[in-house]
Write a new protein. Structure first.
Length: 108
């Protein structure tokens, strides 16, 4: 296989992944999550708390801020669309890792 053929095969693989049901569902869930005002609000509160904690010098105040941020994140993680998104995202990452490992093995 020459370089041109390799690039064509690579493009086909990328197109196959981007047109897969798995990838499309991840994109749908991402949009649903982004459009959810409650999730956005919780995420902003969480991020603000993390930012405050990063600037805090006193360890006890920092611990309290981080604990509050974690509670906000835990609340976000309880949404069904977030749970499904995370599960599918992990699945896609695993598929890509296996592809990378297989390609690396062939190259060696």
């Amino acid at each position: 296989m020459d370089n041109k053929e390799f690039i064509e095969e690579e493009e086909k693989l990328v197109d196959a992944i981007l047109s897969s049901d798995l990838y499309r569902r991840i994109q749908e869930l991402s949009t649903l999550i982004d459009d959810n005002a409650l999730i956005r609000s919780l995420a902003k509160e969480r991020d603000d708390l993390y930012e405050q904690a990063a600037k805090e010098v006193e360890e006890e105040k920092k611990r309290i801020l981080l604990s509050r941020a974690k509670k906000k994140d835990d609340a976000i993680q309880e949404f069904e669309e977030v749970k499904e998104y995370n599960a599918l995202y992990r699945r896609l990452k695993e598929i890509l890792r296996k592809l990378t490992d297989s390609i690396s093995e062939v190259i060696r």
